[in-house]
Ligand binder design. Structure first.
Ligand code: DGL
Length: 263
């Protein structure tokens, strides 16, 4: 594998761009290819077999495009498919999981909240991680039903979104959580709204930075970091309406284009 090959990133849709931004921020000279499988979003209400099949399809496509490493920028795909992906493909694969550990280690109230998809919260991997790190504290797991479709439509601040979110936050505030773990890569786009709705004492945690650091560390270890200090190719592919993807990226970097691709 060549260090000049791209980092391949996929998500069920636009949410993984929250992870991509962290990766590009930390590794600004790396070529990156991003697949938004918006045609099949949301993954969160699908069964595990379907999520595995979609994750394999996306990984195969990113490998066929020359990826040197795969970042599964989707908690639902990671918690359901990462071990199958790792045993099926011969390249490094990084996943994203809800950051229960830092929340559990740092809670003062002994109560944390996790907002994630049904697919993530019902997965074996999530249960194993939760049992390992959050045994002695109270963990309120809430499915963010309906949030991903709204974000896919580009809705980050409507009254409808806010009232839906309120129904998920109310029991958490009631339970006196002091950490809210965002267990879905779409949800970091809700942070500005969440900050207006949660008590100031609640810390919001997502896993984007940790995934970017892990990606860098793995590439370093495998001597796969790109050496050229020239402008990288930042390629985005969508298999559905790309307007939200374009909108989320334009607010970050004006020159980014999204291409249509059948996958
Ligand atoms: N963004 C994904 C995640 O991190 C999946 C959302 C979905 O498609 O339901 O879980």
């Amino acid at each position: 594998m060549n260090a000049n090959n791209p980092i391949g990133v996929f998500d069920s849709g636009v949410g993984g761009t929250s992870i991509w931004k962290e990766i590009h921020g930390l590794l600004p000279f790396e070529h990156t290819y991003y697949l938004a499988d918006s045609k099949n979003a949301p993954y969160g209400n699908r069964n595990s077999d379907e999520i595995v099949a979609l994750s394999i399809k996306n990984t195969e496509k990113l490998i066929s495009l020359g990826s040197k490493i795969i970042v599964v920028a989707c908690n639902t795909a990671t918690t359901n498919a990462i071990s199958i992906l790792r045993s099926s493909f011969d390249l490094p694969i990084i996943g994203i999981e809800p950051a229960i550990k830092p929340a559990a280690l740092n809670t003062k109230t002994g109560s944390i909240g996790i907002l994630a998809t049904r697919g993530t919260l019902s997965s074996k991997l999530f249960h194993t991680t939760s049992a390992l790190f959050a045994r002695d504290i109270s963990v309120l797991e809430i499915v963010g039903e309906g949030l991903v479709p709204l974000i896919e439509e580009g809705d980050l601040d409507s009254p409808k979104l806010k009232s839906l979110l309120q129904t998920y936050l109310d029991p958490m505030i009631e339970a006196n959580i002091d950490h809210l773990v965002l267990g879905c890569s779409h949800y970091p786009y809700l942070i500005p709204m969440l900050q207006t709705m949660l008590p100031e004492s609640v810390k919001i945690i997502d896993s984007g930075e940790a995934v970017a650091k892990q990606t860098k560390a793995l590439l370093e270890e495998d001597k796969l970091l790109r050496k050229e200090r020239t402008k990288p190719k930042l390629q985005f592919y969508s298999n559905s309406d790309a307007s939200t993807l374009e909108y989320l990226l334009r607010s970050y970097a004006a020159a980014i284009e999204v291409e249509q691709l059948d996958f």
